[in-house]
Design a protein around this ligand. Sequence first.
Ligand code: SAM
Length: 496
Amino acid sequence: MLASIAFELGQPFIEIKEPLPRTEPFPARLNFDSRLPFDIPEPVSGLAPGRDNDVLAPLPVESNHFEHRLAELPRLAPPVSDEDEPPTEEAPEAEPVGEHGQPRHQAHHAPGTRPLHRSGARAGCLHLAAFYRRPRGHYAGPGWPAKVRLPPVAEYDAALERMRSASAWFAGAIAISATGVGIELGLFEALREKGAATPAALAAMLSLDPHAVGVWAMTLVHHGLLDPAGVGEVALAAGVELLVCDPRTPLYMAPLFEFHSRFLGRDFAELPRFFREGDPRPPARHGLPLVRNVAAQTAAMQEAFVSAMSSELPEAGEALAAGGLLLDAGCGAGGLGIRLCQQLPAARYLGVDLDELAVAEAKERIAAAGVAERARVEAMALEAVLNGSADAAIFFLSLHEFPPGTRLPSLVAVRQALRPGAWLLVLEELYPATPLEALAERSRAAIQFQYEELLWGSHLLTRAGLDSLLREAGFTEIVNRPMLGGNVDLVLARVS
Ligand SMILES: C[S@@+](CC[C@H](N)C(=O)[O-])C[C@H]1O[C@@H](n2cnc3c(N)ncnc32)[C@H](O)[C@@H]1O
């Protein structure tokens, strides 16, 4: 059996050059077509050194045990270029072609690496699938244990695709965690100030564990948020300052990283219990840090929304500019009111929320912004708002958090609070109604938010669900205006 050590992004894996007979006696001897360029560490369970160019594999391989042993082999060399590839007697594999005739996987084939579809391996990890890759239509591998079903070719290829997606998810989870930790601990800020620093210097500066900071730096260099700089130093990669350090641009995503790394990790750990018991844990348990985090997440959207309101809905914009009152149902920390009063110097604002912590925070922020004369926030039910007092009303990404039983009475109360002819604006991520709709790109945000807030008891509405709820509450002239590529909808409804 001819085999060779190959590299994918610097990681070694064994490439089988010819199909192995399933009758191969175990342990099998894999003969390499050149001398192994390293010593097999001793002991590496799962692999044993053979003669000069041999590795003994104690087969049958029943798990991905073998792959992990391979991963333990030393990192040897930079990725080989295709030109360096040892000669093979195999006919070259035809480039797999996608549905529409385009070559598949091209995007993964970085210069100096082998195309991923040929090996099934990927940076930093070795997969059994690579070991079992299928040269010239055969399943190759050092023998399949009897209990392993040989999948049809299409299923095998589909599994490889899924495996690649899963690899990206795992990498993404690590990148989110590392970025969130870096924001929380001030590591990005420190790098911004210093320009470049060694992880040890960063650790000393912030009194952090040097090993942990070293791992943080390597991880984010790997994921492209940090660049190697100087000897052993790292620096922020281009664009990262805008992404995590500068709250004045719409590209600022630090609150989202914080949301995931600080709050959702804890929530997700409780999901199995929630699935069994169906007993939600309201977000209030995360306290003021989450109230502030949500306010930071929605700030840029609120600013853009207030700026766009006059053109999106001139009637409401003009009424507010002329000193009208906006009722904000589920106002959170009141950011919308601050932006409204800052942009429209005569507008008035009433924010209502049941979360007393959020209301207290809103009051402080409104006072600090100097708009307390025109902006008021109350911890009360919407039913308590005075009839006919509002010139416009809004649910700004809040209706999905209202428990289903409270939605109709809340909408009826808002309708009654509006003067005749006034508009209600509902900004929402609307949930796909069918699995087919879940496939659509415009469902992306709703799918994400619904899952993120599942434990809280949030139920996102569908387009049809919101439409019928608004009609039931007595609104008319209902119009949907998809925004942000359709990921968020602005739904307008009028009091007749
Ligand atoms: C995602 S937050 C949005 C906050 C705010 N609109 C923003 O954009 O920052 C949803 C808010 O709805 C509030 N909420 C949920 N149910 C409510 C109800 N029945 N009455 C009033 N507010 C409610 C929550 O307390 C929370 O502050």
